[in-house]
Structures are given as structure tokens and as C-alpha cells.
Design a protein around this ligand. Structure first.
Ligand SMILES: [Zn+2]
Length: 346
């Protein structure tokens, strides 16, 4: 009995060791599998395809943020400078800073187990949080490695086409500022049309508040952009001052903390203005008067990120002279188009 018992014990020990070994092996294999085979994501019955596949990390599935947000019908902005993704849908705004475990939903901070990260130039974040933020219900099937997301999302979300609305300041009976031999409205229109042509060459849809010398009210200008649900609105003006000595370039945006909707776009609006100002200053080499904030009608009343560029001073004889050349108008247009393009690239 004693002898038999010893064997039994030894067998039992061996058995336990084997189980521990196998379960360890299984865990290792499971981890290896988790690292290589990416799970399938089904949203309202349709399989989603990602250019960067979802991955599992510490038991959490990370998915490309933009793709999943857009599939749920949210609008997505990527702020490269602040390294964060902002998604909005209805009354919900989700802000996800990268390499952080502290996203916010409508300003309320949440804590994630796994931080957001960048893989192959795509921002990835835990899928469950991202989906539930917009009211999606997430279920995981371990056998088929399938994640089901159900919710009230658009059935066939169309890729959002980017629309740029260009606003040539003044026009018709409103000449804007007057130089010694040129009206601001004409310089604005030339630069706006040239900017639009460049953007169209890059495959961007461009709309104008005016394409000729006609009068358009300030309210109508922002309404045109709002009706189109434009991606960005850029107003083009020339500056003027009592003294002919004033010169240079400045770009405006508006996002006061007193207006919740505008304030929510503050980073985006500032980024758009900065992108345009940087390109204008680098290209035109006129004095850098900086990015400024002002309560201007077209900036206040546009529902998307908007900026207003005061390219140069029509009241400065040197700059008015430059403005009268096609070469300088082309340069200004190129700079504004490049600023808008770099903003849109996220
Ligand atoms: Zn003006």
C-alpha cells in the first residue's frame, strides 16, 4: 500500500506537472496566436476591413480609430500637434490622446486598461471603449475570434468627402479696402479662384461663396458652407491700415470659451489658421504678424473649422504692387492651398 501509494503520488505529481506544462504551453501558443491572427470585426452584420488590422493586447482588442469611428457615423479630426483624435457624433464628443489611458467623453475623463498607440501610421485604441462611447454594444466570441458591434449606426457609411469652401472677401457693391489702383475684392477673387484650382487638382471638392464680382452677404457666406456641411471654410482677404507702412501676413480664427460649439473646435480652428499662416509666411516672405483670434462673422457663423487670411496689405504700396502680379497671386494661392492640404492630411 505504501509502495503503491508512493507511485500514485509520483504519478499524481507527474500528472499535475504535465497539466501545468501544457497549460503554460497553451497560454504561450494562445498569446502567439493573439499576436498574429487579428480578430474579425462585424458592425451591424457587416464585416469591417481595416488597412491596419486590429490587434489584441493584454486581452483588449485595439482597432484603427478613424476607421471604426467613421463606420459608426462619427466625424473624426486628427490633431497632429496635440497628438489626439477627436470624434463627434450628435451630442457626443470623444477625445483620445495618443499613448494615453485617459480619453474623455464630453469632457469626462475615463481610464483605459491599455493605452492608445500608433501602428503603421494609424492610431489604435481599445475597441470596446470606442464603440460604447457612441452607444454601440460589443460582444466577443472567443471561438471564432469575432467581435460583434451592434448599434444605431448608418448602414452603409459613405466615406466622407472633403469639401473646402473658399470665400473671396467682399465683391460687387462692396469693394473692400482700396489700394491706390486696385480694390481688395478683385485681389481676393483672383487668389481664391487660383487656390481652388490647385485644390481641385489634388482631388479635393471646392465650392466658392462667389466666383465673380457679385455681392454676397456675410450671413450667406457662412450659410453656404454650413448647408454643404463643408470640411473647412477659408476666407481670403487683403489687409488695410491708415498708415501705408503697415505690412505683412496674418490669419484669424475664432473659438471663444463662451461658445461651446466653437470652443469644441478650438484646437482644430487654431490648427487650420496656423497651417495657412505658416505656408503664407514661408512662401510670400512678408512680415509674420501671426495667428490671431477675432470675432468675425464668417468665423463665428461657420459650423466647421474656419480661418480668415489677411494675405498682405493692399494699403502698402510695395505689397499692392506685388498683388497686381499674377506671379504673386499664384504664390499666395499655392501657400493657402498647401496650408489647407496639410490641415486636411491630419
Ligand atoms: Zn477684407
Amino acid at each position: 500500500m505504501l509502495f503503491k501509494g508512493k507511485i500514485k503520488n509520483q504519478l499524481l505529481t507527474l500528472f499535475v506537472a504535465l497539466v501545468i506544462f501544457l497549460s503554460g504551453l497553451n497560454a504561450l501558443l494562445g498569446q502567439a496566436q493573439a499576436g498574429t491572427v487579428s480578430p474579425t470585426v462585424i458592425l451591424n452584420g457587416q464585416k469591417l476591413f481595416f488597412d491596419v488590422p486590429p490587434l489584441i493586447e493584454n486581452g483588449r482588442t485595439l482597432v484603427p480609430l478613424r476607421a471604426i469611428f467613421e463606420a459608426m457615423g462619427a466625424k473624426v479630426y486628427w490633431d497632429a500637434a496635440a497628438r489626439k483624435v477627436t470624434a463627434t457624433k450628435g451630442n457626443t464628443t470623444v477625445v483620445m490622446p495618443l499613448y494615453s489611458t485617459k480619453p474623455t467623453i464630453n469632457g469626462v475623463v475615463y481610464t483605459l486598461d491599455v493605452p492608445t498607440k500608433i501602428v503603421n501610421n494609424r492610431s489604435l485604441a481599445p475597441l470596446r471603449f470606442v464603440c460604447e462611447a457612441f452607444g454601440g454594444k460589443v460582444t466577443w466570441n472567443g471561438n471564432t475570434r469575432t467581435i460583434k458591434i451592434d448599434g444605431n449606426f448608418p448602414d452603409n457609411p459613405e466615406p466622407q468627402q472633403q469639401i473646402v469652401v473658399l470665400d473671396a472677401g467682399h465683391g460687387g457693391s462692396d469693394p473692400g479696402a482700396r489700394g491706390s489702383s486696385m480694390n481688395e475684392k478683385d485681389a481676393n477673387l483672383q487668389v481664391a479662384l487660383k487656390t481652388g484650382a490647385l485644390l481641385q487638382q489634388r482631388g479635393i471638392r471646392v465650392e466658392y461663396t462667389r466666383r465673380d464680382d457679385s455681392y454676397v452677404s456675410l450671413e450667406e457666406r457662412s450659410s453656404i458652407a454650413n448647408r454643404l456641411n463643408a470640411t473647412v471654410f477659408v476666407s481670403i482677404h487683403m489687409n488695410s491700415y491708415g498708415s501705408s507702412a503697415a505690412s505683412g501676413t496674418e490669419t484669424y480664427y475664432y473659438a471663444p470659451s463662451s461658445d461651446a460649439e466653437l470652443y469644441a473646435q478650438r484646437d482644430e480652428r487654431a490648427r487650420l489658421a496656423r497651417a495657412i499662416q505658416t505656408q503664407l509666411v514661408n512662401t510670400l516672405q512678408r512680415q509674420n504678424r501671426g495667428v490671431k483670434e477675432a470675432n468675425l462673422s464668417v468665423l463665428r457663423n461657420t459650423s466647421m473649422p474656419s480661418a480668415l487670411a489677411e494675405v498682405v496689405f493692399i494699403s502698402n504700396p510695395t505689397e499692392e504692387g506685388l498683388l497686381q502680379t499674377a506671379w504673386f497671386q499664384d504664390k499666395a494661392a499655392e501657400a493657402i492651398a498647401n496650408g489647407i492640404s496639410s490641415y486636411l492630411q491630419k
